[in-house]
Design a protein around this ligand. Structure first.
Ligand SMILES: NC(=O)c1ccc[n+]([C@@H]2O[C@H](COP(=O)([O-])OP(=O)(O)OC[C@H]3O[C@@H](n4cnc5c(N)ncnc54)[C@H](O)[C@@H]3O)[C@@H](O)[C@H]2O)c1
Length: 420
């Protein structure tokens, strides 16, 4: 018999995971029920998966009122709703839950979920998708092999990409720390998770500086208007021109906007007029200097660990690149990662280029492997949770990110983490 999976939150992430379940695991799993607070989302997605009306739910309350109706649950709603929905899921009796990151920006909330999961024997897996990719698994494997000796320090950069930053953290869903979380948690809980995973020792202290430097009203060029298509005089010189990014430039249309149309309009199928209307007067058509954003566009985080290692994370929203760089320095050698390219230097030895396989786009490969791991657990094919990103691991990255925010707000003061 196939294992059943229900999905709450039918946006980009929820539907991507559903697609992988159908594409790679349809012999073992089936999507059973759907829940979203937007009727449009249910109308768009339910027919594709033949989900009957009685298994479509317009609110988490309606969904949970039916008790446990599937073997597993995916929660892929926006950040601020994760805590309430996950708590309800555990208390309703779901035993296998895949939850999107970040879990919560409030320590008491993610700690409570961790405790609740343990007390109720529920496995709560958080989507730290990068850990599942060939590239990062390979880095971890090399570190664990001892080839580079003990880690002394890590220098990790998250180049969010100027257009991506503007889309998500200035105009979009993660622009406001009060409706989502600070950018160091929303974007970089992955990076902090990787660093803590590589070092494999408790984090002792954190200090951080950062700011919202650029995407502010006072930096608007002369002649700028609240909407790019509202007569802006600086349009032709502005790399953030929404008309160019979302409508006219063939490069962006192919590379980026292909995936973002639903985000712009809220609909799965869009005409050209829908997109133009969304850019003319919607959130994503706004001048990047005149939005209601408040999250940092640059932040540095220094970390020290119990085993003597240190790390620095540099998150910035300005690079033309949209990938991470990672330099891991050990006592016997070093690893240099640039995008998906990886080099291993052993001191006194040769430099080796490591083939980590091709990453097709962003972290899709990690996403696919995360779902494969989830399905193995769901189907009882493994009890080994060594490489599974359960909420225990998430607590570590979230504690570090929140300490970084605290430090930043205190002018870079060193914050010592409590031993968990
Ligand atoms: N793991 C990763 O690498 C990664 C990458 C991107 C986003 N995310 C996270 O995934 C989550 C979803 O992101 P997304 O880009 O898919 O967002 P999205 O806005 O495209 O989708 C969210 C969906 O949830 C629905 N929703 C919102 N509140 C709800 C509620 N209370 N009950 C039911 N449905 C609700 C919305 O209507 C929407 O359809 C976010 O928390 C985000 O931070 C994770």
């Amino acid at each position: 018999m196939k294992k059943t999976v229900s999905v709450i939150g039918l946006g980009n992430r929820g539907t991507e995971y559903m697609g992988f379940l159908r594409h790679f695991h349809s012999s073992k799993t089936e999507i059973y029920a759907l829940c979203d607070i937007r009727q449009q989302a249910l109308d768009d997605i339910a027919p594709k998966y033949n989900i009957p009306k009685e298994r479509q739910f317009i609110s988490p309350e309606a969904f949970f009122s039916r008790g446990v109706i599937s073997d597993a649950l995916i929660i892929a709603t926006q950040d601020a709703s994760h805590y309430e929905i996950t708590k309800k899921a555990i208390l309703t009796g779901y035993k296998l839950i895949l939850l999107e990151k970040p879990v919560s920006g409030v320590k008491a909330e993610y700690t409570e979920l961790n405790n609740l999961a343990r007390e109720n024997n529920a496995l709560l897996i958080i989507c730290h998708v990068l850990r599942y990719s060939n590239y990062y698994s390979k880095i971890k494997e090399i570190i664990s092999s001892g080839k580079i000796g003990d880690i002394v320090t890590i220098n990790h950069t998250e180049n969010v990409g100027y257009f991506h930053f503007a889309h998500s953290f200035v105009r979009g869903n993660w622009r406001d720390e009060f409706t989502s979380t600070p950018s160091i948690l929303a974007k970089c809980c992955h990076d902090i998770d990787l660093i803590a995973w590589f070092v494999d020792s408790p984090c002792v202290s954190v200090s951080s500086v950062g700011s919202l430097k650029y995407f502010r009203r006072e930096n608007a060029p002369e002649g700028a208007t609240p909407y790019c298509m509202g007569g802006c005089k600086a349009k032709s010189r502005c790399p953030y021109d929404a008309e160019k990014l979302y409508i006219t430039d063939p490069f962006w249309k192919a590379k980026f906007i292909k995936y973002m149309k639903r985000t712009l309009t809220g609909k799965a199928k869009n005409s050209k007029a829908d997109i133009i209307n969304a850019v003319r007067s919607g959130d994503y058509g706004r001048c990047v200097f005149m939005c209601d954003n408040n999250v940092c566009d640059n932040q540095l985080v220094n970390m020290t660990f119990e085993n003597g290692a240190s790390a620095v994370l540099n998150m910035n929203g300005f690079s033309h690149k949209m990938f991470r760089e990672c330099h891991i320095i050990g006592t016997k050698g070093e690893l240099v990662g640039y995008g998906n390219k990886l080099k291993l230097h052993i001191f006194g030895g040769k430099t080796e280029r490591i083939n980590t396989g091709i990453i097709p786009s962003g972290h899709v490969e990690g996403d696919i492997r995360l779902i494969s791991g989830f399905v193995k657990i769901l189907c009882g094919e493994t009890g080994d949770l060594t490489d599974i990103t359960t909420i225990d691991a998430t607590v570590i990255s979230h504690n570090i990110a929140l300490a970084a925010e605290e430090s930043r707000k205190k002018g870079g003061e060193r914050i010592f983490l409590e031993k968990e």
